[in-house]
Design a protein around this ligand. Structure first.
Ligand SMILES: [Zn+2]
Length: 632
């Protein structure tokens, strides 16, 4: 089973094996003394010592006897449940115990329990025993699928690293082994590879820090802890830096870079406070200091989920509190419906949840005039019902929510550019692409996608950014902001300005000054179909992305070009959105390591919006079928 890591879309080569072949292999492992059954759930033997002579594990107080080999029918049943017929037992054994660098596994054993299979090995470096490893394979009912999953018998197949001990100097081995395992289990079709939290080796030292949390309250708690620590220690950290942390991964990075003093006792335990016992001062990165001086914790870190690409979803309940007047098409209901569709579609678990943060106002002034932002804030604070134009309906929270929408895109950029996810979709509102440097219009106040692009350049040094805007309306605000900039390409597909708001975006608008040739407008006639759109996309958009070779692709993803949309007249279906998403994923793979940050703009038929955005998300995850383009 081989797979080239540089080509993430390549499907692993999979063979089916017969029951007879699997049984033969199991017999071979039994003859060699590598397969046994356990009479209790082996998951509880954490830290136990295995004594082959008496075939029992001695744990802390608890011990269990390993019985003789289980019945063949039991072996086969469990084998099929966990590995189907994708791999033979001996091949599994070889894959698990692969020799990496100078390290090898000996004393290897497969333990069959009632509902899981355990792999246990001692790790050797030459003749020296340097550690132990215990993995367990389980097939669980997926709680996310609810009653439907119960009837369809959908199962979640998970590999847990129950235990790994290595002498400190050998830590590089764990990283190499896990990289090997990540691919191996992925190719075997496992849904998740999870790491026991009690691990502290190599890059996985940050296991606790890297814990996925999808609850906003969890990141809030961590921020509060961090603020307390910063205050207590007088650390040189700005509030905005803490505000920007919205995911476990960001906390990990942050904590790695900041060193603080901790205190060690005679036995090598650490405390964050000095006292009679903890006397020796040591300077450690914040994360390590936290980890070493805190109590043990429970849980596992998910190293990967089963989708080919890791996709982040930025959203927040706070986006609902920008209220528009009754009957306004840009309503909180849009995001509510989208959230429900994601839940119902069973996507929630496979998406990496990212929370938005409130950006520095000073940073937003790089995109919008300070005076404009002040005017917008004043209008909201005064309790006005509209700002600037009739269609820009506002409520008490609008200024804060608009800031949070821009900060949502910044959070998406953070996650994509620091490698936390491969790509991200930012389900934010209010939308942004009509907002210019100094103007609100078309339901937009702050240009979210422009903020994201400027942020990606100024903080992460991304040189060339391609913004693809497939909202049915021309993104006049985004065009205005970047039309003189040769490093930010703005390309828009929209209904022809003669028929559609805002009346700009003609072909001859190609950028200004140094930015000439880096704006491309592709007006579409009313009732354009999927086939026509795809044809235009291939003929006009793809060659421009190829020519520009971006370091990041951003999408102004409005879904109002859908045939059901009430405020425009194109006749597109989900197919178009799936198609364009697939194509930009392919181009992003080629030019920028797959990096895409997509930002919700319009889409005013709730059902069409939810369905299209769902297709967009699934395609970003690499779930839907291959692209049918002949260009490849
Ligand atoms: Zn629109």
């Amino acid at each position: 089973m081989t797979r080239d890591p540089s080509r993430p879309d390549e499907k692993p080569f999979r063979v089916s094996h017969s029951r007879q072949e699997i049984l033969q292999d199991l017999e071979k492992l039994i003859r060699e003394g590598n397969l046994l059954g356990a009479d209790r759930d082996p998951a509880i033997i954490d830290g136990a010592e295995f004594d082959r002579a008496v075939i029992k594990k001695k744990g802390k107080g608890s011990r269990f006897l390993v019985r003789k080999v289980p019945r063949r029918s039991t072996l086969l049943r469990l084998w099929f449940r966990l590995f189907e017929n994708a791999i033979l037992p001996c091949a599994l054994f070889d894959g698990l115990s692969a020799r990496i660098h100078e390290f090898e596994h000996r004393e290897t054993l497969l333990l069959f329990s009632r509902d899981r299979i355990l792999y246990d090995a001692e790790i050797f470096h030459g003749e020296e025993s340097v550690g132990e490893l215990t993995l367990s394979f389980a097939s669980l009912r997926d709680p996310a699928t609810g009653i439907r999953g119960f009837f369809s018998r959908e199962r979640l197949r998970v590999v847990y690293i129950e235990d790994i001990h290595l002498t400190a100097q050998k830590s590089g081995y764990a990283s190499a082994l896990f990289r090997h395992y990540e691919r191996f289990f992925h190719d075997l079709g496992f849904n998740q590879f999870r790491l026991s939290a009690s691990l502290s080796v190599g890059r996985y030292y940050w296991a606790k820090e890297g814990f996925d949390f999808s609850e906003g309250t969890e990141s809030g708690k961590r921020k509060a802890e961090l603020r307390t620590l910063v205050r207590e220690r007088g650390l040189p950290v700005r509030e905005i830096e803490i505000g920007r942390l919205n995911h476990a991964y960001d906390f990990a990075r942050f904590r790695r870079e900041l060193r603080i003093p901790v205190y060690r006792d005679a036995e090598g335990f650490y405390s964050s406070k000095a006292d009679a016992r903890f006397r020796e001062e040591v300077s450690l990165p914040l994360g390590k200091a936290f980890l070493l001086s805190s109590a043990p914790w429970e849980g596992y870190k998910t190293i990967y989920a089963s989708t080919p690409r890791r996709t982040g979803l930025v959203t927040s309940r706070k986006y609902l509190s920008h209220r528009t007047r009754r009957g306004h098409v840009e309503s909180p209901g849009r995001l509510r419906l989208l959230g429900k569709a994601i839940e119902k579609g069973g996507l929630r678990r496979s998406l990496v949840a990212l929370s938005p943060y409130v950006p520095d106002l000073a940073f937003l002034e790089e995109i919008h005039r300070a005076e404009y932002l002040a005017r917008f804030r004043a209008s909201v604070r005064k309790g006005e019902k509209i700002f600037a134009t009739e269609d820009c309906s506002i409520s008490a929270a609008s200024f804060d929510v608009a800031l949070l929408a821009a900060g949502g895109v910044m959070a998406g950029v953070d996650a994509v550019l620091n490698g936390r996810v491969d790509n991200a979709f930012c389900a934010v509102r209010p939308p942004g692409h009509h907002a210019g440097r100094d103007a609100a219009m078309g339901f937009c106040f702050i240009n979210n996608v422009a903020v994201g692009a400027v942020y990606a350049r100024s903080v992460y040094g991304v040189e060339r950014i391609f913004i693809l805007d497939w909202d049915v309306h021309h993104g006049n605000g985004t065009q205005e902001i970047f039309e003189g900039d040769p490093l930010t390409y703005y390309c828009s597909l929209h209904e022809h300005p003669t028929f559609c708001f805002p009346g700009t975006g003609r072909r001859m608008e190609r950028g200004t000054g140094a930015g000439s040739g880096f704006t491309l407008n592709l007006p579409l006639r009313p009732h354009t179909t999927d086939a026509e759109l795809m044809e235009t996309f291939e003929r006009e958009v793809v060659p421009e992305i190829e020519r520009f070779a971006p370091g990041l692709i951003m999408v102004s993803a409005g879904f109002d070009a859908h045939e059901r949309d009430p405020i425009a007249d194109l006749d597109l279906t989900d197919e178009s959105f799936a198609y364009m998403t697939r194509r930009i994923c392919e181009l992003a793979d080629r030019y920028c390591s797959g990096r895409i940050v997509s930002v919700l703009e319009g889409g005013y038929d709730g059902t069409a919006l939810a369905a299209s955005a769902l297709v967009h998300l699934k395609t970003l995850q690499g779930r839907s079928r291959e692209c049918s383009s002949e260009r490849e």
